[in-house]
Design a protein around this ligand. Structure first.
Ligand SMILES: [Zn+2]
Ligand SMILES: [Zn+2]
Length: 335
């Protein structure tokens, strides 16, 4: 049984698997920073290996194929190693000064392709459109579960971005509480009465030095206080709180941008590990103003260091203005 434990010192939460999911020798990186295990001897995400995963939640399949067998294009499965489980009711327990929740929630893996070794930037746009449509659908399904208060969509690519499988995939996690991470948007709204992301769009369009690319529906910027070198945000220009309300025209454009940006970034930065993180408004809670969904992309060129963990202040060795100019030149060079 997994738990979500309250970290009293950091004022945050930690997800803990109660048994030993990984033995000491099974952790993927040793003290020299070298990958020590190859988890892809039998890749459970490859077509033909469906028996190595939990039963699928849904899949885009060829007409005559059966569930949990070969013949799919995109497959959604529960995360086998999740700290969250989909059954039961949320319960808070106290233990002396400590407290925890039982890990009620959902965590799903979207296997983006049946092919091993083909990454997001190599997909055709039609596949990326399908992936975004499935992410939208899973977001809207999870938001119907009133035990879930926050839905985070994310992608880990490469071991230094936290990927435990090399095979291209994204994840959706439905948490039973709202994390504190993006509470700045709520504070900003209370102080100014306006949406922070809309104000960021306005200022970045005016200043332009951190602007990477602009399309009809989206603005790409390297944020003013980038935590990671070459961190980039993709912000929908139309104010919209929930990713689940993304329009068809926005999905088509976002697919084009994901391919274009990821190809440029991978080329610029010599094929780094990276994360995609899609932030959206909480669900199933009394209305909280200030949210505006957006996508964060963080190339993982540095391992998080002691000072970053200790203080929560990230030390970024590349100015976002320089990062933006490099990425902008690369993207415009593709046009
Ligand atoms: Zn595979
Ligand atoms: Zn807004």
């Amino acid at each position: 049984m997994a738990e979500i434990r309250r970290d009293l010192v950091k004022s945050n939460w930690v997800g803990i698997v109660a048994d030993m999911a990984l033995k000491p020798q099974e952790f993927p990186i040793n003290k020299w920073g070298i990958e020590t295990t190859s988890n892809n001897i039998i890749c459970p995400f490859c077509e033909g290996h469906e028996a190595f995963t939990p039963p699928e939640i849904m899949a885009i399949r060829h007409d005559d194929s059966e569930a949990n067998a070969a013949g799919w294009s995109i497959r959604v499965i529960p995360n086998k190693f999740s700290v969250l489980h989909p059954d039961g009711i949320l319960e808070k327990k106290h233990n002396g000064i400590y407290s925890n929740y039982n890990g009620v929630g959902r965590q799903e893996v979207i296997i983006e392709t049946p092919e091993h070794g083909v990454d997001l930037h190599e997909f055709d746009e039609a596949r990326i459109v399908m992936i975004i449509n499935i992410l939208k659908q899973r977001y809207n399904v999870l938001s119907q579960d009133d035990r879930i208060k926050y839905i985070q969509i994310y992608k880990n690519r490469g071991i230094f971005a936290g990927a435990s499988q090399e095979h291209s995939h994204s994840q959706v996690i439905g948490l039973p509480f709202v994390p504190q991470e993006n509470s700045g948007v709520i504070d900003y709204y209370h102080k100014t009465g306006s949406c922070l992301l809309c104000d960021i769009i306005r200022q970045e369009k005016l200043v332009r030095e951190r602007l990477v690319y602009e399309t009809e529906h989206f603005l790409l910027i390297c944020p003013y206080a980038s935590r990671f070198p070459y961190e980039t945000w993709v912000i929908p220009k139309k104010h919209c709180e929930h990713f689940g309300a993304i329009s068809e025209a926005e999905i088509n454009e976002l697919a084009m941008l994901c391919k274009k940006y990821t190809s440029a970034m991978i080329d610029c930065l010599q094929n780094p590990a990276y994360n995609y993180m899609l932030n959206s408004a909480p669900v199933n809670v009394p209305y909280i103003p200030g949210f505006h969904w957006y996508l964060e992309i963080t190339p993982r060129l540095l391992v998080t260091a002691g000072v970053d963990i200790a203080t929560g202040i990230y030390m970024n060795p590349v100015a976002p203005e320089l990062a933006a100019s490099l990425l902008r030149d690369k993207l415009l060079g593709q046009d």
